[in-house]
Design a protein around this ligand. Structure first.
Ligand code: SME
Length: 155
């Protein structure tokens, strides 16, 4: 019964599985990465109702704001700074249950309480990061990390 309810309501896994199919279709029919980032940000954002969902692209020595959904955000982030710059520098996903406890976190909005940042790789180098902010503490876990990393591989 509980399992049926979970599926009927669309649990996190089911939502990600559907998103993965949608992104596969979109990325398979469009070669422009910015266009795909725009649609992926919109799909993730509206599937889960997150506070902010978007991309920062590696441009020279900085991350520069790319397609996003949500309120105004900072335009540039230096290498190694904040959660985004750390994901770029360490070349791995950052799951932050409480942004106030992350040293150097860049607060674009005081409403953001937890965050996940997933790097996007091209030829073994980080070319962008996907950043998602939640208004709630501890929103993201290994389920989000695994699915979002899979989705990033499609771009
Ligand atoms: N919090 C991020 C900055 C980007 S905004 O959340 C959209 C960080 O610390 O890198």
């Amino acid at each position: 019964m509980a399992e049926e309810l979970h599926i009927a309501q669309g649990g996190k896994e089911e939502k990600y599985a559907l998103l993965y199919k949608q992104v596969t279709a979109i990325a398979g029919s469009e070669s422009d990465t910015i266009a795909n980032m725009a649609n992926v940000a919109a799909m993730i954002h509206h599937t889960f109702g997150f506070w902010w969902t978007g991309f920062y692209r590696v441009v020279g020595e900085e991350l520069v704001l790319g397609p996003f959904q949500g309120p105004l955000a900072c335009s540039r982030i230096a290498y190694g700074r904040g959660v985004c710059g750390t994901a770029w520098k360490e070349e791995c996903t950052q799951v932050v249950p409480n942004v106030e406890l992350f040293p150097g976190h860049i607060a674009c909005s005081s409403a953001s309480k937890s965050e996940i940042v997933v790097p996007l790789f091209k030829d073994g180098k980080v070319t962008a990061v996907l950043d998602i902010d939640s208004e709630h503490l501890a929103t993201f876990d290994d389920v989000d990390r695994l699915w979002l990393e899979r989705i990033m591989e499609l771009l």
